[in-house]
Write a protein that binds this ligand. Structure first.
Ligand code: SF4
Ligand code: SF4
Length: 259
């Protein structure tokens, strides 16, 4: 059987999602009989323009060069999968889209902002090209990526559950940090996939997996208010890593509005 030709590409990102894959390098090696990595610079394979069966994309589109590159990449990839919050929803860099002048931020960070070439906003990959599968998380969960690779190698569409972190907590019998400890947990509106990593260790979820399929942000906003969070604090819960993801963006902006 022909091996699946796979590439991994970086756009505007911190590389954390690629590192999440490399953290399980033994798993990468075990794939060798089914998968050929054609481009994965962090693993030492460099051929970014090669046609592939599956292209994994990390990072958002933030520069004119990236807009051109993602369109070219799409032509060369039979299946395109986004990995992580940046690629799937725009990530933390999309926060600048909420500013009237994002360039002020650039000037605050870079000593010579005139040399930084940026699009007017940072967006998810799906803003520019069709995406076949979106995997969330900051970083993405490597088990989800490897599971997707296995499925695609077998010609099966990968599962991508849309239930909430709460559902995972219930399945794993985690103590609910919202009910038991009054923590402002985003689990009720956040997509599962991480194994409820934060609540499992007694910490509130901050929504790195983005919105679940059923989001009742009004109820969660009221719950956060009952815990003593003010409008700004509630807005920050939603306008974080996945600030540009539809239901989170709406809830965050609504929380900021004066009543
Ligand atoms: S989703 Fe998070 S870990 Fe992945 S590249 Fe973006 S900032 Fe880094
Ligand atoms: S519990 Fe929430 S913040 Fe923590 S890893 Fe999972 S989705 Fe991300």
């Amino acid at each position: 059987m022909a091996r699946l030709r796979v590439s991994v590409h970086k756009f505007s990102s911190c590389d954390g999602c690629q590192l999440a894959l490399l953290n399980r390098v033994e798993e990468v090696m075990r794939l060798a009989d089914r998968v050929e990595f054609v481009h994965f610079a962090e693993l030492g394979y460099v051929d970014p323009d090669a046609p592939v069966d599956v292209a994994f994309v990390e990072g958002s589109v933030s520069t004119p060069e990236e807009e051109i590159r993602i369109r070219e990449l799409r032509k060369n990839a039979r299946t395109l999968v986004t990995i992580g919050a940046c690629a799937t929803a725009g990530g933390i860099q999309a926060l600048r889209n909420l500013q009237t002048d994002g360039r002020e931020w650039v000037a605050a960070i870079y000593p010579s902002p005139a040399y930084v070439s940026l699009l007017g906003a940072s967006h998810a990959i799906s803003r520019y090209v069709a995406v076949d599968l979106e995997l969330w998380g900051c970083p993405v969960d490597s088990r989800q990526v490897f599971s997707a690779i296995h499925d695609l190698a077998l010609g099966v569409r990968p599962l991508n559950p849309g239930d909430s972190v709460c559902a995972t907590c219930k399945r794993e019998a985690n103590v609910c940090v919202l009910v038991a400890h009054g923590e402002p947990c985003m689990g009720p509106v956040t997509r599962s996939g991480c194994g409820a990593l934060c609540p499992r260790f007694g910490r509130a979820c901050y929504g790195c997996y983005g919105p679940s399929e059923q989001v009742n942000s009004v109820a969660l906003t009221q719950r956060f208010a009952s815990l003593g969070l003010g409008p700004e604090a509630i807005a920050r819960r939603f306008l974080s890593i996945n600030n540009a993801a539809g239901p989170f963006a709406e809830a965050g902006l609504r929380a900021k509005e004066p009543r």
